[in-house]
Write a protein that binds this ligand. Structure first.
Ligand SMILES: Cc1ncc(COP(=O)(O)O)c(C=O)c1O
Ligand SMILES: [Zn+2]
Length: 416
């Protein structure tokens, strides 16, 4: 078993595995998985990767907190393609524009990466039951990966979750609980369940430090697919903020291992109708950022310790990123600030139009939450000429057939 320990995202204290259940014992915030990078360096190298024919997530086993045993062979989660834009790149004038197409993963969303690690870790550490709160995709992903290993997970979804996602979970064989409330209500229910009954392993986003470890594999793939280079800018849709912090963790790990010399700038994108992280970052900038010196006046630790996450009443049509209180907000903010990036917010109508553009110009059909990152890129390119000379990756996180209600309603012949 690879050695790892935990570090708190906010107070930065470090803990041994045995001293932690889910979150920081001192301040209660989310934890990050840390490795003895010097020891990993020997195995995790460009040379070894180039000789490795395993095209599943386990090609990165040396940088993941799970053991190499028969559980892993059952979880066949293959890598996703990095697609060079042909048509949109010409329209917007970004020569090196790529889409990381996670709609092609097993259950059709990036969440499969997180569920693979959580299920593997759970089974290898005697967790009897796995449960999650989900807006939909995390549940589909957990159900799909659980089916591969022959267990039945429990999934708490808001009653508004898209039908297609419910169908997916049902067919994979999961036990579904529809909650008459929001995603945030589901989250609290699962939290309480896991406090009362220790047989449950809580996969919910944020609280479980292993989801970020799974999501980071998207960055490891991008790095390999770009011939061991790093894009200048990555656009990421934000709900809870776990994907964007996972993207950052992947590149940070590569940096710690001495495999890359620069890090990408992360641009987070939210809907204007679910913009908690956008608003929180604005507050941080007002308080701690000096436009004159072009830098923050306090360390990231001080900034986070003195910042309250802004709650909102989320109402976006992009169901997967409709979140009142983001559960990995500090990690997201830390990643964005460390990367020198920022967050933008976009209208829901622009999100829906982005689905159409991406599908009709590139043959890539994604759900509203996934098109949000693309909508953000389309906005930035309007006011930044600088971006046109950069290598840009837009993360496409979920398949279009998962959530069709809004897109159907926007076509007269489909909605009548
Ligand atoms: C398709 C899709 N995109 C983006 C996100 C946002 O990820 P996060 O909640 O980690 O910010 C989600 C989360 O459910 C998602 O399902
Ligand atoms: Zn802490």
């Amino acid at each position: 078993m690879k050695e790892f320990y935990f570090k708190c995202i906010v107070c930065e204290h470090e803990f041994e595995k045995k001293d932690v259940e889910y979150t920081c014992p001192l301040c209660g915030e989310n934890l990050e998985v840390m490795y003895e990078y010097k020891k990993i360096k020997k195995n995790f190298s460009k040379k070894n990767l180039s000789k490795n024919n395993n095209k599943t997530i386990w090609r990165y086993i040396d940088l993941l907190p799970v053991e190499d045993n028969n559980v892993l062979t059952k979880i066949q989660l293959y890598n996703s393609p990095l697609i060079r834009s042909i048509n949109v790149s010409q329209i917007v004038g970004i020569k090196n524009l790529f889409f990381k197409d996670d709609t092609k993963l097993a259950s059709g969303s990036l969440k499969d990466r997180a569920s693979a690690i959580v299920v593997a870790y759970g089974l290898q550490n005697n967790k009897e039951k796995i449960v999650t709160a989900s807006t939909g995709n995390a549940g589909c992903a957990l159900a799909c990966i659980s089916a591969m290993v022959g267990i039945r997970p429990e999934i708490y979804v808001p009653h508004t979750a898209p039908l297609n996602k419910l169908i997916q979970m049902t067919v994979y064989g999961a036990k579904i609980y529809k909650v008459e409330g929001s995603y945030d209500d589901c989250y609290d229910k699962v939290l309480n369940l896991c406090l009362e009954d220790k047989k449950y392993f809580n996969r919910s986003t944020g609280i479980n430090p292993f989801t970020r470890e799974g999501k980071k594999t998207v960055s490891l793939e991008i790095w390999e697919q770009m011939s061991y280079t790093v894009p200048d800018i990555i656009f990421v849709s934000i709900g809870d903020g776990n994907i964007i912090s996972g993207v950052w963790k992947g590149f940070k790990d590569l940096y710690e291992l001495g495999l890359i010399e620069k890090l990408p700038i992360l641009i987070g994108v939210q809907s204007k109708l679910s913009n908690a992280i956008f608003l929180t970052l604005k507050k941080i900038e007002q308080k701690f950022y000096s436009n004159k010196n072009k830098k923050y006046s306090k360390s990231i630790k001080e900034i986070l310790q003195n910042t309250k996450i802004q709650k909102v009443e989320a109402k976006t049509v992009a169901d997967s990123i409709s979140v009142n209180f983001p559960r990995d907000a500090y990690a997201a903010l830390k990643s964005i600030i460390e990367s020198g990036g920022y967050v933008i917010e976009v209208d829901d109508t622009k999100i829906i139009n982005s689905i159409k553009t991406l599908a009709s110009k590139e043959g890539l059909f994604c759900e509203p939450a996934a098109a949000t990152s693309f909508a953000g890129m389309m906005e930035v390119v309007k006011y930044s000429d600088e971006i046109k000379n950069k290598t840009v990756v837009v993360l496409i996180t979920g398949h279009g057939l998962k959530d069709v209600k809004t897109i159907m309603a926007s076509y007269k012949n489909l909605s009548s």
